[in-house]
Ligand binder design. Structure first.
Ligand code: 6PG
Length: 475
């Protein structure tokens, strides 16, 4: 008789095996499945008297080893691999079994899978998992959504292994259908946006203020005293890391061609489709795409001789302004991502509890920071807040920083730095906080050439004008 296991993991790579070990360390009996015999052997070596963990490479044995209703997660690459695993599992599953996709799947794929398996009375859930391999081993942020009954069944497991902040665990039920994967996608979009802003501040210090890696590391460390952000924490370490393959610092030997697995792009696509403007995230995706045009950039640099210049002025004052710029642009980037999630939850009827999302992001995940305590308290008081920029506490915090954000961004742009993230952040803020925008001109043009009609400021209704075309015809 197979020893019955509480939870199973399909795909025992670094993340999958670490998550299983985390569960085993919390007293659960866990079993892994992988087609790679080396991964199976590696995990089996971790079993001890107290740590009930086993790995197999036979799917039927894996499924039949689980207590019913079976609870299993798959950590496989997003896309066809997920469907292939589902198809292999189907003949082995019983009604009531729970299958969780813990990978970064696109939420529309998850939605299809939820509906497909619902008909077979199998609970399928999308759960974002954030925190990388270390998070999986010691406490990730887990973002499950979908079937509430299924969530209740796996909640004891997830709450035991998730990161904890104070006495709160960084996992909760985050809404209907594919809400879990939607929340994770937005998490990654905000991650992209913050990473881009950090890289732009690094660029300005590195080339604009000619600061050493140690000086830049110290600057990020001092700024992080207030923000207590994971991405700033690792930036401090990255700048100090020496290269073991050559003299000097590793960061200076790393290529500037940035990769992307796609979650940031998906977020941008959602920002256009829902719609909910997220230009800081859009620019982060764009800059990664431009960075891949290395050969063209090398040619263009030769043609235009674009060498960003040193910034003049009091260095200490500029570094101080840069810290203020970093803080305010990160807050405004979160604001955009959270506004997208709020709007999407309404549009797609996901019923995402925003206050719980912020609580789940307070620890374990890549975008964790002290700011999330502030945001979490705001949404706890007002879960339907459309944008945190409308909150008076946030407005008070930002008001003393926005001047620096505008000045540093303008200074960097004029000196030739591609501060796309910072510029998009300033423009988003300037537009969102302005009562009247120049888009009346857009309306006039649309009506002039396309008779698309316009509304007026002084009366209701839609209007079209036969515009006077006094110009000579454009041939
Ligand atoms: C996380 C990360 C992770 C993501 C990597 C790579 O929350 O642990 O967001 O899910 O896959 O950061 O993402 P990109 O290759 O798209 O940068």
């Amino acid at each position: 008789m197979n020893q019955q296991y509480d939870f199973g993991m399909i795909g025992i790579g670094v993340m999958g095996s670490n998550l299983l070990l985390n569960m085993a360390d919390h007293g659960f009996k866990v079993i892994g499945f992988d087609t790679n015999p080396e991964k199976v052997d590696e995990l089996n070596k971790e079993a001890t008297e107290k740590r009930h963990v086993k790995a197999v490479n036979e799917l039927t044995e894996f499924v039949n080893s689980l207590t019913t209703p079976r609870k299993m997660m798959m950590l496989v690459p997003a896309g066809p691999a997920v469907d292939a695993v589902i198809n292999n599992l189907l003949p082995l599953l019983k009604e009531g079994d729970i299958v969780i996709d813990g990978g970064n799947s696109h939420y529309t794929d998850t939605l299809k899978r939820v509906k497909f398996l619902e008909e077979k009375k199998i609970h399928f859930m999308g759960a974002g998992i954030s925190g990388g391999e270390q998070g999986a081993r010691t406490g990730p942020s887990i973002m499950p959504g979908g079937d509430k009954e299924a969530y209740e069944a796996v909640a004891p497991l997830f709450t035991s292994v998730a990161a904890k902040v104070g006495n709160e665990v960084c996992v909760d039920y985050l809404g209907r259908d594919a809400a879990g994967h939607y929340v994770k996608m937005v998490h990654n979009g905000i991650e992209y946006g913050i990473m881009e802003i950090i890289s732009e501040c690094y660029d300005v210090m590195h080339h604009g203020l000619a600061m050493s890696n140690e000086e830049m590391s110290a600057a990020f460390a001092s700024w992080n005293k207030e923000m207590n952000a994971f991405l700033l924490e690792i930036t401090v370490e990255i700048l100090k890391q020496k290269d073991d393959k050559s003299a000097g610092y590793l960061i200076d030997a790393i290529s500037d061609k940035a990769g992307a697995k796609g979650t940031g792009k998906w977020t941008s696509q959602e920002g256009l489709d829902i719609p909910s403007p997220i230009p800081s995230i859009d620019m982060a995706v764009m800059v990664r795409n431009i960075s891949s045009l290395k050969e063209q950039r090398e040619k263009a640099a030769g043609i235009y001789k674009n060498q960003p210049s040193l910034l003049t002025g009091d260095k200490a004052a500029l570094v101080n302004q840069l810290g203020s710029t970093l803080y305010s642009s990160i807050v405004i980037t979160y604001a955009q991502g959270l506004a997208l999630l709020t709007t999407a939850s309404l549009r797609l009827d996901m019923q995402v509890p925003m206050d719980k999302v912020l609580k789940v992001w307070r620890g374990g995940c890549i975008i964790r920071s002290g700011l999330l305590d502030t945001f979490s308290a705001i949404y706890s008081k007002d879960p339907h807040l459309s944008n945190i920029l409308l909150n008076s506490d946030i407005a008070d915090k930002l008001s003393s920083h926005v001047k620096d954000l505008r000045e540093i961004t303008s200074l960097a742009l004029s000196a030739g730095y591609p501060v796309a993230g910072l510029s998009a952040t300033v423009s988003y803020f300037n537009a969102f906080t302005r009562q009247t925008l120049p888009t009346n001109m857009v309306q006039a043009q649309r009506d002039f050439f396309g008779a698309h009609t316009y509304q007026r400021t002084d009366m209701d209704g839609f209007f079209h004008t036969e515009w006077q075309n006094t110009s000579a015809p454009i041939v």
